[in-house]
Design a protein around this ligand. Structure first.
Ligand code: MG
Length: 387
């Protein structure tokens, strides 16, 4: 990001906070921390050789984000740093409110993490098993440790994770760009703004599915995928719609029905001309076995999986079961998205547009070039801070 643009975004962010009356006269805050009051400082956890810091941050969304069940204009995240012998790894927890984590829950969880009991950051399995066992749930907070640790260890090895894993960075997929549910003018404006994107993800499930697709199709002929966010309740109606969507150039359908309706979903996947991908149904590694035969693929997100280490395992298990993989994300900074992108050379599809949806990204990392996820050669997760 150019410094001019950084400044513009900073003032935009400042104005947004000032409008909310929570900024006061604190114009001395740095760009990477436009968060009010006492939370602006890093929360430092005293440690030995491996030190953890974290601070809350609020993502400003360019457009209101509408799902089948909610709508919002900001997303709370927690930014983390793990330091070892002068090297710093960066991490992030993105916490859309409907998933149950928050600045408060992440603060509580991260305050329990004592990395000073370890002296070697390369012992990632041991460290992350310890973190996972501290409390149930908290997948995004756990991911913020996992991502920072991966970034740190990659930097210590002076290699990006896609190379450490042995992936070919040319094999990254195109990413979809998400178009939320809205009225016709907004939908068509967003589609036009999506410019060089090769795949658009259209959110459905609010009862105007054919209308949404027709609006999109009247302004673009790129491939589409659809995310229903559990919005269809009847399997026969769902199958009719999927046949129609197939004729409209849709390439897969994500979470068409409620996650509890496993029998209906298995029937639908068996009958569907398009791959059916699990999102809300799948969180972590342990969930995959039950979904074999129910879905054709899974949407892996670091904020569900507790980070890169378990996501890597999930991808391997899903592949062994013949399931396809969508590498996804929440609305996140370039930190979380670049971490996820390291895995994307071995996934069929990517939905890594989370950083493109925000106006105050504190990092630069993975780029989307002509619609394709494009990795750099920086070590770790491949990011630098915007100053
Ligand atoms: Mg989804």
């Amino acid at each position: 990001m150019s410094s001019q643009k950084s400044r513009r975004n900073f003032f935009k962010t400042s104005a947004a906070f000032a409008a909310l009356g929570i900024y006061g006269n604190s114009f001395g805050l740095s760009l990477s921390n436009p968060y009010p009051g006492k939370m602006e400082k890093w929360n430092k956890i005293k440690g030995g050789k491996i030190k953890l810091r974290f601070k809350p941050y609020e993502l400003q969304l360019k457009h209101a984000f509408t799902l089948a069940s909610s709508s919002r204009t900001t997303t709370p995240v927690m930014l983390t740093e793990i330091e070892f012998e002068g090297n710093i790894g960066y991490g992030e927890a993105s916490m859309p409110p409907y998933l149950g984590e928050s600045h408060q829950t992440a603060t509580k969880f991260l305050n329990q993490v004592k990395l000073d009991r370890f002296s070697d950051p390369f012992r990632m399995e041991e460290i992350l098993e310890y973190v996972d066992a501290l409390a149930p749930g908290n997948p995004a907070a756990k991911a913020s440790i996992d991502i920072a640790l991966h970034d740190l260890v990659g930097k210590l090895m002076n290699q990006p994770w896609h190379r450490i894993w042995g992936f070919s960075k040319e094999n990254t997929p195109n990413t979809s760009f998400t178009i939320g549910i809205d009225d016709k003018e907004v939908v068509q404006k967003k589609v036009k703004e999506a410019g060089p994107m090769k795949i658009l993800k259209i959110k459905l499930g609010r009862g105007n599915d054919r209308e949404m697709i027709n609006w999109v199709r009247s302004v673009t002929d790129v491939s589409l995928c659809v995310d229903v966010n559990q919005g269809w309740k009847d399997k026969h109606m769902a199958l009719d719609l999927i046949h129609w969507l197939n004729d409209q150039g849709v390439i897969f359908v994500e979470q068409p029905m409620p996650k509890e309706q496993l029998d209906d979903l298995a029937w639908l996947t068996g009958e569907s001309p398009l791959p059916v991908v699990a999102d809300e149904s799948v969180q972590r590694l342990k969930d995959i076995m039950e979904l074999h035969g129910v879905y054709s693929g899974i949407n892996v997100k670091l904020m569900k999986s507790t980070g890169m280490r378990e996501a890597f395992k999930m991808i391997n298990v899903a592949k062994a079961l013949g399931m396809k993989i969508l590498m996804g994300c929440m609305t996140e900074t370039s930190c979380g998205v670049s971490a996820a992108a390291q895995l994307s050379p071995v996934t069929e599809w990517a939905d890594l547009d989370g950083n493109l949806l925000i106006s105050n990204d504190p990092f630069t990392g993975m780029k989307v070039i002509d619609g394709k996820v494009t990795l750099n050669d920086l070590p770790g997760i491949g990011i630098s801070q915007n100053l």
